[in-house]
Design a protein around this ligand. Sequence first.
Ligand code: ATP
Ligand code: MG
Length: 389
Amino acid sequence: MKEVILIKDGELSLKGLNRSVFEDKMISTIKRRLKEHGAFSVTKSQSTVYVEPQGDSFDFSAALDSLSRIFGIAAYTRAGVCEKDMNTILIEAPNYLENILNNVKTFKVEAKRADKKFPFTSPEISAELGGKLLENFPHLRVDVHTPDIVITVEIREKGAYIRGEQYKGAGGLPTGTAGKAAVLISGGIDSPVAAYLMAKRGITLSAIHFASPPYTSIRAEEKVKTLLKKVARYSGTIKLCLVPFTEIQEEISKNCPEDYFTLIMRRMMMRISARIAKENGCFSLITGESLGQVASQTLPAIAATDEVSELPVLRPLIGMDKDEIVIISKKIDTFGTSILPYEDCCTVFTPRHPHTRPKKGQCEAAEKNLDIEPLIDRAISGIEYLYIE
Ligand code: ATP
Ligand code: MG
């Protein structure tokens, strides 16, 4: 039996007149991602997207795996397709469903008739197919309330579609429907999760990483690239800007009071990031900050960094506990890489007693001996760009 994939979008159904813009973005992502798994036609009809393999050189399981990471997809399922004819359905369905049905004890059949010209009603289709399956699989029982599996038959325009279990999709909104933003990415657990969560809301990601060689190693940079690769499996290609940060950190440590090192370093990161982000068409920055997690993530410290950012800062983890963040990082497979013990620039020049409650104006005073603009210009002129996919 010919097999296809049926896709349902989720929140897109709330989008009214914009709906087709969202659907088209999702479909173009699906087409792009499936290319490497063979030839597939991707079309939409009513509220379903149909993915049909063409010819015979395609990898169906790899296609299913790719679809599980495309935002905008609420659910997807593999389905067997046959002619819209009751006898054909009764012959083809038991063969197609054999593997699934051998692994369950109870089932029910649900029929949907989009094509009202089909000469049987939905209850009739369910009864006929249910009877046939009981006959072919004597170990099965019908359970209409809590079946192990629901077998669905849909009589649609192009044929009869028979399917078993439905998989949950990645959810969210299609990539590219919310504009661009730049994530400040470290090698830690939090920022890759923050990147993933904002990409899930439709944002196209760029990334900015500050490196301070020789205090930070090339392995720390490789770690960031590995993390972004994992995020890109969901978000699509990410443009990464590697910013040289050594001079700035050395200048801060020479010219500023020690208890302000971290705050001033973070303010420098924000200033530079906002500038890079704007030049790259981004509307905001994203960080992995979570309230109270460390000294630089108190409300006054966050306010002190926000006041120097020329763009809004999105902090999707702000209200999350570490264990909640870890669950997501395991799900997106960044956790194992994040916990590799390579130093980040934040751990270099760490003050013994960091300031946690800076008052307005105190950061400016602590920065007064720093030549801010030339330092920023030099850092920006040393940026290296890479595309991570
Ligand atoms: P993470 O787990 O993301 O490293 P963290 O809990 O270690 O976060 P901080 O080190 O205070 O927290 O960093 C807070 C945020 O600042 C990070 O989530 C990230 O967005 C940004 N950041 C930290 N270090 C860097 C860096 N070297 N380059 C770019 N952004 C950074
Ligand atoms: Mg960190």
